[in-house]
Write a protein that binds this ligand. Structure first.
Ligand code: GLA
Length: 340
């Protein structure tokens, strides 16, 4: 079978999010088809730094070791986020809220410890995750980081990460990244960071998409807008849910033929687009590897399985896999580039 990583080697890295369980259960598939990995959870603040004086790197180290042994790249995910961050970060021992200087010092110390540990081993980091607001005209999402530090918490995070590893590529990462309103906010945020001379090198498009949403036009428009900033683009968390956002059905035990065909069509469109813009897009990471494990099982609808990847629950190629491979001939040799 043609390896995905081989098929796209002149276009972009092909990545998968992994966790301690899938490193075992999906090991062969990962090594065969992927040349980049990301920790689904194991590098997040709450996992590596549960208490102020205690870091826990075992699970993350194991992933990095497996990647190294198999010549895979590693993307770091993620340093500063409103979610999965322990309470102690924002509080004094007595429970009162810390001030700006204390929180900046904690952020700096966290970023420095984590990024330095993997210096030279991780080539890219999602430095700030999901800081932009989904709603209306509000620019930044309310969060403790924003409350306590102010808007420059984003710039500071990038500066600290760059100090800790000047070689690492630093990304701002977000979801609903193709939405016309939100993508404009993401664009403006990154533009203003660049104008201030903040060391940011790229935008991560999470790409949690579905059979129905977002439209190809919206995705193309967002990619063009982001690319116009002259930064690198990484697709960071790609999956294609079988269900529309408001679909609550729970009766299926396997995807229908129609779903599989639609998913293949969507994946084909996406990979054609990614290749068209491969001058900018240097990495495409799926948020998993095969349908036996996805965060979309039981989320947002309890008791419902999902099948969002190119490989089925037995790690066999789905119609989506064949469609994605088929896009390579159709696109020809254009848009190829030499460096990541
Ligand atoms: C966001 C985060 C990821 C992950 C997903 C859900 O996209 O960036 O780390 O938590 O939500 O699995």
């Amino acid at each position: 079978m043609i390896k995905l990583r081989e098929a796209f080697k002149e276009h972009f890295l092909i990545g998968a999010a992994v966790n301690p369980a899938t490193l075992d259960t999906q090991r062969d598939l990962l090594i065969e088809h992927f040349n980049s990995v990301t920790a689904e959870n194991e590098m997040k603040f709450e996992r590596v730094h549960p208490e102020e004086d205690r870091y826990t790197f075992e699970a993350a180290d194991r992933m990095v070791a497996l990647a190294k042994a198999n010549g895979m790249a590693v993307r770091g995910h993620t340093l500063v986020w409103h979610n999965q961050t322990p309470k102690w970060v924002f509080e004094h021992q007595d429970g009162s809220q810390v001030d700006r200087e204390t929180l900046l010092a904690r952020m700096k110390s966290h970023i420095n410890t984590v990024v330095s540990r993997y210096r030279g081993e991780l080539y890219a980091w999602d430095v700030v995750n999901e800081a932009v607001s989904d709603s209306g005209s509000e620019r930044l999402r309310p969060s403790k980081w924003l409350d306590v530090i102010g808007e420059d918490f984003i710039a500071k995070a990038f500066e600290y990460a760059h100090e800790a590893d000047p070689e690492a590529l630093l990304f701002y990462n977000d979801y609903n990244e193709a939405d016309p309103v939100k993508s404009e906010k993401i664009y403006s945020l990154v533009k203003s960071l660049l104008e201030q001379g903040v060391p940011i090198h790229g935008i991560g498009l999470q790409a949690h998409w579905s059979l129905y949403h977002p439209s190809l036009d919206d995705i193309r428009r967002a990619i063009e807008r982001y690319a116009s900033l002259g930064v690198k683009l990484h697709v960071t968390e790609l999956d294609v849910s079988m269900f529309a956002f408001d679909d609550r059905r729970t009766d299926l035990t396997a995807p229908t033929e129609e779903m599989l065909a639609l998913q293949a069509e969507r994946y084909g469109q996406f990979f054609r687009l990614f290749q068209e813009y491969s001058e900018y897009i240097t990495s495409v990471t799926f948020w998993g590897a095969a349908d036996d494990y996805t965060w979309l099982d039981h989320f947002p609808v309890r008791g419902r399985k999902n099948w969002p990847f190119l490989f089925d629950a037995k790690h066999q190629p789905k119609p989506s896999y064949w469609e994605v491979l088929g896009t390579i001939e159709k696109i020809g040799n254009t848009g190829r580039k030499t460096s990541l």
